[in-house]
Structure formats: structure tokens, C-alpha cells
Design a protein around this ligand. Structure first.
Ligand code: SF4
Length: 163
């Protein structure tokens, strides 16, 4: 009983810290780089996505949010899947730009498999070609709300397995 309560309090404190400081990774599946530049703009002092505690990371093992740009090519498919699998649970995938949503300018290309959700599950779609930094930030904030709910569910499941 006491053990379970200590576990609950510990998880609550850790979750509060995680929600206030999510780490994010950007993966370019196959894009023209237009969306990537808008993501970079989000990190500049003008848009300042870091004010939400978000830190851009280059390692999927440390990331809670995956931002994907571009459509998936045959060459990138396995890499995207591997990066997704390496991320700790619970995780959020946000697709930025129409290429990742519906192939965009890559329609009919021989080397393109299709949109991102053909390879990994996607939680949030941010349309646009490219979307403005404000739209990307809006997508990330929506993703954070979803991630918070996923985190609570995940911990509940873990706790039920433990006790
Ligand atoms: S959505 Fe537009 S800007 Fe973004 S990768 Fe595709 S073509 Fe480039």
C-alpha cells in the first residue's frame, strides 16, 4: 500500500517535470527543406518555441516528440521506423507540411512510398506548404496536450502491471 503510494507520488513529480520540459526531434523523410527552415524559425528568438520548455534534440532515445517533414521514400522508410521505435513511450508524432500528409509535390514520384502515416502512426497533422511557424507551434502545443493524456494513461497501465 505504502509502496504503491510512494510510486504514485514519484510518478506525479516526474510527469510534472516531463510535461514542462518535453524534448523534440526533427526528422526529414524526403523534403525540399522548406518545412525544415520553418521549424528552424520556431527555434529562433522571434517565435521562441523554447518558452514552452521544449528543447530540440538529435537523439530519438531522448525525445518525446517527433516532428517529421516530407514524404517517405523507399530509402528513408526503415530509418524513420527505426527512429520511431527508439523513442521512449509515450511519444507524439507531428507531421509538418502537405508532403508528409498527402505526398504534396512528390505525387507520382517513383521513389516515394507515400505519406508518413503509411509507415508510423501520426498524432497531429500541420498542413501548409510550408506551414508558418505559428501553425507549427500550434501543432506542437496540441501535441503536448495529447502527450499529457497519453502519459497519464501510460503510467496508470504501468502501475496496474506493477501492483
Ligand atoms: S510541404 Fe512544401 S515546403 Fe514542405 S517539404 Fe513539401 S514542398 Fe517543401
Amino acid at each position: 500500500m505504502l509502496k504503491s503510494q510512494i510510486y504514485k507520488i514519484k510518478t506525479k513529480v516526474i510527469n510534472k517535470a516531463r510535461i514542462k520540459s518535453p524534448w523534440m526531434m526533427h526528422f526529414d523523410a524526403t523534403s525540399c527543406n522548406g518545412c525544415g527552415i520553418e521549424i528552424l524559425a520556431c527555434l529562433t528568438p522571434k517565435y521562441d518555441i523554447e518558452r514552452f520548455g521544449i528543447v530540440e534534440k538529435g537523439n530519438p532515445r531522448h525525445s518525446d516528440i517527433l516532428l517529421v517533414t516530407g514524404a517517405v521514400s523507399y530509402k528513408m522508410k526503415d530509418r524513420l521506423k527505426l527512429i520511431y521505435d527508439q523513442m521512449p513511450e509515450p511519444k507524439i508524432v507531428i507531421v509538418v507540411g502537405v508532403c508528409g500528409i498527402s505526398k504534396g509535390i512528390y505525387q507520382g514520384c517513383y521513389n516515394i512510398i507515400g505519406p508518413i502515416d503509411k509507415v508510423i502512426p501520426v498524432d497531429i497533422y500541420v498542413p501548409g506548404c510550408p506551414p508558418r511557424p505559428e501553425a507549427i507551434i500550434d501543432g506542437v502545443i496540441k501535441g503536448l496536450t495529447l502527450w499529457k493524456a497519453k502519459l497519464e494513461k501510460y503510467d496508470e497501465k504501468k502501475e496496474n502491471e506493477k501492483y
